[in-house]
Design a binder for this molecule. Structure first.
Ligand code: AMP
Ligand code: FES
Ligand code: ZN
Length: 307
């Protein structure tokens, strides 16, 4: 890990990742051992590693997988689901000489299949709406946020954790900086508080770990994950930004981490404070989640338009 001037063997790396994660959880006051945590797992390396690490740290963490119904020629959603199931059945695999063992209780994996509940897959909804016609990702992101929030709230969880890593956060930050999108910048943080009725508290415990580090963790720990990116992500600006940032990182190790940490500091110091204008939110008439629109929220409007 050139950015930390640190090299570890597999055994010590498996201790270093939980140690670091625990440090970030405390630093950003994400949650405590008495909280019930819902981890959103996509079947990818970040979220499955996160679930593993939280369990090893002794947190009460259940998982939630959202079946999006994406095929993309690689049976993407089915494979992703399979990885989450496989993770749970392999969970007890022992780690030698660890201070962070897997607990002896079995966590739950909640599965929400969009097509079964709402009658359509993400590609189907995207195809008939202006919002998703060119890029299903916008519809998909909206649906995932909505369902994660609902599941966390209905399941009585204190906090919702996602597997976003440093590379994800930096790519988003980079994009929002290029356009100086103040209202997005002010809301990008390791913790999003539950500051409106019906909103779950959201945390990103891996936000300071490089993607290489979460991938290495999954590899050394023997966690099987889906290697394919979502087929719709191909050619996206965030992937292009990641490539540019990786080139910069190669030339000056640590640049991504510094960009992110200095942003968090500037944000804490109030650089974007005047953007934080108060938006009046109402409860959606159908699902009850907060929305700035009158009547139905954006998610319910998507399904309402079904012909
Ligand atoms: P992405 O937006 O695909 O980069 O994923 C970011 C995070 O959202 C992941 O690390 C997961 O925590 C969560 N996530 C993505 N897709 C799903 C899914 N299908 N089911 C549950 N959680 C997901
Ligand atoms: Fe939703 Fe790709 S994961 S469009
Ligand atoms: Zn709604």
């Amino acid at each position: 890990m050139r950015q930390h001037k640190l090299a570890l063997c597999g055994e010590h790396f498996l201790e270093w990742v939980p140690e670091q994660t625990q440090r970030f959880i405390e630093k950003y006051k994400m949650f405590t051992p008495s909280d019930r945590i819902l981890v959103a797992v996509s079947g990818g390396k970040d979220s499955l590693s996160l679930w593993d690490v939280l369990l090893r740290l002794g947190y009460r963490a259940d998982g939630m997988y959202i079946g999006l119904g994406i095929d993309g020629g690689v049976d993407y959603s089915t494979q992703s689901h399979e990885m989450c199931v496989r993770f749970l059945s392999n969970l007890q695999s022992p780690i030698p000489n660890t201070q962070y063992p897997i607990p002896n209780w079995q966590p739950t994996l909640h599965v929400v299949d969009i097509a079964k509940i709402y009658g359509e897959t993400i590609p189907q909804v995207a195809a008939r709406t202006a919002r998703g016609r060119d890029k299903p990702c916008s519809v998909c992101g909206l649906a995932k946020r909505h369902i994660m929030n609902r599941m966390a709230r209905d399941g009585g969880y204190d906090v919702l954790a996602t597997g976003h890593n440093l590379d994800d956060e930096v790519a988003v930050l980079f994009g929002n900086t290029l356009t100086w999108n103040g209202s997005y910048l002010v809301r990008q943080a390791p913790v999003l508080p539950a500051d409106k009725p019906g909103l779950a508290r959201k945390v990103k415990p891996f936000c300071r770990l490089y993607e290489r580090e979460t991938a290495a963790y999954a590899l050394v720990r023997g966690i099987d994950y889906i290697y394919d990116e979502c087929p719709f992500a191909e050619g996206s600006t965030s992937i292009a930004h990641k490539e540019i940032l990786n080139q910069m990182e190669k030339d000056s190790p640590g640049v991504k981490l510094q960009f992110y940490l200095n942003f968090l500091r500037a944000r804490e110091e109030g650089l974007f404070a005047e953007q934080a204008t108060y938006v009046e939110l109402n409860a959606c008439e159908k699902c009850g989640q907060p929305t700035s629109a009158p009547g139905l929220c954006a998610f319910c409007r998507l399904w309402e338009k079904r012909s």
